[in-house]
Ligand binder design. Sequence first.
Ligand SMILES: [Fe+2]
Length: 453
Amino acid sequence: MTRIVYLALIVLLMLVDIGCIAQQPLSHETDPTLKALLDKPPAYPQVNFAVMTDLHTYNPDLGTDGKAFENYVAGDYKLIKESAEILQTAVGQINSENVSFVLVPGDLTDHGDRSSHELVVQYLEQLQASGKKVYVVPGNHDIDNANAVRYAGDIALRIRNITAEEFAQIYGDFGYKDALYRDSASLSYVAEPQEGLWLLALDSCRYQGKVGEEETVTAGRFSPQTLGWIEEVLAKAARAGKAVIAMEHHPVTEHFDGQARNFPEYVIENYQAVSRLLAAYNVRLVFTGHFHAQDITERAWPDTSKFLFDVETGSLITFPCPYRVINIDGAQKAAIRTAHIQSIASHPSDLQGYAEAQLENGVAATAASMIASYGVDGAEAQKLAAQVARAVVAHMAGDEKLPAGQPAIQENGLSPMAWIGVELRKDLVDSLWKDLPPPDNNVTLDLNRGVWQ
Ligand SMILES: [Fe+2]
């Protein structure tokens, strides 16, 4: 067989495979009994719970001084050095909230090393000790992380990361041991945190050792096996009359226009098909993280009257250090409230300002070097980068709104090179400022009708 024919066959097989995922009919479309059940979504039981995510916990025992650590922190937007302190404070605050369980959709650790995972467990045990159940799934930093290092002066030394099996063992008390069902192809599981409510806890990450994965990457996807398992357990939930919420690290909807095109690794692969699958089975709330932004978006399918809210929560250690508290009442209204960590021992009064500066300066530095690499003069690159950073900070905080009369990017007096760059990329900065509905931080979602107040 010639090489060209062989290549053509591979491409054809890939297209057939992609087509199967995108166009395969869902089970209920061929099963009238199941379809009839799904036409009447079960009511969510009354419940209070919290969500915190992207904790990126770093065990300070791995080193918090020296040139190598300082270099790592300087190039980052998060409060890595303070991460354990922030988690400790969040656990204290959530312990005083009236919630029966806590969801943590991934990136529990930053470097993915065993000692940081064990530190996270110590804090999650404090939530459990005050009677709150805790459920976790992995994020892209947690398993087989190639950047598991400790710092000694000028050098970073590789240390042991953890495998998927170890993740399920370490977090056995936080979802895995009490799971009603587990997927054999991933670390996904189903739990029943409250009578009548199923939690579909999904492992959307790609790490070595997972079916079909050869390396650890930022992007997320479900294998065909896991998609099949998801549909199977959702059909079980429908037959058992259980209402379902889901959580996973990678969002299932775009959180600003053009996100999937510009940052494809920050929405799950085939997000349209995945969100359609969940919504078809009456999953109306999906709790996600990964992009470190406070943002809620809705996707609706008017032909079937199905809808789904993707409630993305910002990173606990990135400005504005948020977590969420959710109350679902008997009228099927989900009241979502956002709280922020305002103070930790090392930053008793300036934590928010300190976190905002870390994010804004970090984004501005990255953007400035990127803009300068296109041949824009250094001072002009910095001026443009500051405007990009302002948009990112606003998007991360949620409920972003460009002040009246101000452009997202000031275009007057730009050099020709900068003008070309701005014309090519300003849509992206505009879209970061344009908040997709509904509101992001404090909102009440109607889970019967897909509207909000
Ligand atoms: Fe993260």
